[in-house]
Design a protein around this ligand. Sequence first.
Ligand code: IPE
Ligand code: IPE
Ligand code: MG
Length: 258
Amino acid sequence: MQDSPSQPTGSPGLNHVAIIMDGNGRWARQRGLPRIEGHRRGVSNVREVLKIARELNIKYVTLFAFSVENWQRPAEEISSLMGLLEFFLERNTRELVKNKVRLRVIGRPDDLPEGVQKKLHQALEATKDFQDYVLQVALNYGSRTEVLDAVRAYSEDVSQGKVDPAHLDWPLFSRYLYTADIPDPDLLIRTSGETRISNFLLMQCAYSEMFFSPVFWPDFDRKHFLDAVESFHQRQRRFGKTGEQIKAAPASEPAINR
Ligand code: IPE
Ligand code: IPE
Ligand code: MG
């Protein structure tokens, strides 16, 4: 990340990029290194990608860092990942502050090791008032878990008479998701050649443009990111309308759920 350019170049229509940072393990294996080495390189790549996003004046970046399913990995790998997470937060909080980036977490952070929670809390506190940029990190995140948490919170409000199910619509329900107040991703990038979503932002990516890169995350550099952005700008987002309608008046979001 770096200081805001005085004249932001911008990337029209691209306000939120979400990334499934995949392929650290294979990157390492290809080089005869332990998987954790790939994670280490993956973490250092985050800084670089955030810097480019800022240069493009992309306000929201969401990174998938650890899924609810990732607890099934070997204990040794999980503990290394948690150590790296702590290291990332400790190293980068000052830079987030310097660049006026607000950190946000989605997922169930309460189940993370205490050391990570502590650093997380410090970083969230230190950045909570910034509004220029938002870095949203998905930690112990799963989309289905998110829906369950939302339904639970919504049901609680129904039973307390705070909301009336007769008036349930998407804008209301989406306020119970972890991502309340954050616009949906415009572009979802997944690295490493896998062409699946792996339980990431299933509700929020209903109309996101998808970009699947064959490159492993530690090697996903400026050029690859700019290719993804370029691909996004080649597309016509129709939200259910016809191409002719969009040419006459660009649409922004599906009105049907509103
Ligand atoms: C992504 O890289 C990082 C996390 C899931 C934490 P992987 O560790 O999944 O790398 P591959 O897919 O095994 O190569
Ligand atoms: C998705 O990658 C999770 C993160 C990038 C944190 P995985 O490597 O866990 O996904 P699958 O298991 O290949 O679907
Ligand atoms: Mg993977």
